[in-house]
Design a binder for this molecule. Structure first.
Ligand code: PGA
Length: 249
């Protein structure tokens, strides 16, 4: 059975004091046992977040990783470095990284390969831009993003893949995909996986929705059959909001 997951992508927010305050508040809450709850702080706060969530159910993920094992890549972080501080999950392919740091389907395929080789779990983000939806090519875009970065993986690697459909036009804009729009895409993705691999693998893959998920829309979005949770940006910076979303299933 696939897992329900709520992951908070903190982006470039939360310094040491803010990380402590937010995690204290999350630690004080009784979390549902059937939902995986994750936070993805900046690299500098990963160790702090690991320490503060020790012996809790909250998991800590990284926001990015380099494809190379090591070497002359100033400012970059390797899979081994993440594993060295016991980080088991990494977000790859976020639309902000695609847009501002030139990540492409091809470069993401390399990161995916490295992450899988190292036994890391991946939250793989993808989704169409506004113009692509207007031009009615969003299904093609999504299929290409998944095919190039993920569909060469062996079936055995998919136990380490969490998908996060994030339409770019809904990220940080306050505009969400309607629950029906999210469901339509999620069902399409599951069909693609079933065709490429098999139905059981597709059924077991968690597909999260991301893009302006808030306490007031989470229940409706999460109630969709093929939506298995959310990747949360802005609302993950506020403990009350994030906890309401965690409880929204
Ligand atoms: P948002 O961000 O919830 O602020 O729209 C989502 C994301 O970027 O993952």
């Amino acid at each position: 059975m696939r897992k329900q997951i709520v992951a908070g992508n903190w982006k470039m927010n939360n310094d040491t004091l803010e990380t402590a305050a937010l995690l204290d508040a999350l630690n004080a809450a009784a979390l549902p046992e059937d939902v995986r709850v994750m936070v993805a702080p900046a690299f500098t706060q990963l160790t702090q977040a690991k320490t503060l969530t020790e012996n809790t159910a909250i998991e800590v993920a990284a926001q990015n990783m380099n494809a190379a094992a090591s070497g002359a890549y100033t400012g970059e972080i390797s899979a081994k470095m993440l594993l060295g501080i016991d980080i088991q999950t990494v977000i790859l392919g976020h639309s902000e990284r695609r847009a501002y740091y030139n990540e492409t389907d091809a470069s993401l395929a390399e990161k995916v390969t490295t992450a899988i080789e190292n036994g890391l779990e991946i939250i793989f983000c993808f989704g169409e831009e506004l113009q692509e939806r207007k031009d009615n090519v969003h299904f093609d875009v999504i299929e290409r993003q998944l095919r190039v970065a993920l569909f060469d993986l062996p079936a055995s690697a998919w136990k380490n893949i969490i998908l996060a459909y994030e339409p770019v036009w809904a990220i940080g804009t306050g505009e969400t995909a309607s629950p029906e729009q999210a469901q339509e895409i999620h069902a399409f993705i599951r069909q693609l996986i079933a065709k490429q691999y098999d139905a059981a693998l597709a059924e077991n893959t968690s597909i999260l929705y991301g893009g302006s998920v808030k306490p007031n829309n989470a229940t409706e979005i999460f109630s969709m059959q093929d939506v298995d949770g959310g990747l949360i940006g802005g609302a993950a910076l506020n403990a009350d909001d994030f906890l309401k979303i965690v409880m929204a299933f």
